[in-house]
Design a protein around this ligand. Sequence first.
Ligand code: FES
Length: 104
Amino acid sequence: MPKVTFITQDKEAVVVDNVEGSLMEIAVDHGIEGIEGDCGGVCSCSTCHVLVAREWMDKVGQPEDIEKDTLEFNPDVTPRSRLCCQIELTKNLDGLVVEVPSTL
Ligand code: FES
């Protein structure tokens, strides 16, 4: 099963191995600070904002329109921004690295 690395707001690398499914649920289940998932993954809250590592951007792909619409309301959006409830961790994304943006 795939693994994912979360770079926390403290710049610490937290590796979660042997997981798959919604990246937001994986983050919440593993207590990754800064990822809340308030809407339960229906793409309406933006509390699961992550920045995809540059080398993974092509593989992760671009957000759908509904995700873009939600991201529009987030003042911290960058070209690497994604809502991680919309990213399914599969073996294709084994080794994925995402960063939790600082809220400061
Ligand atoms: S959990 Fe609400 S937008 Fe992702």
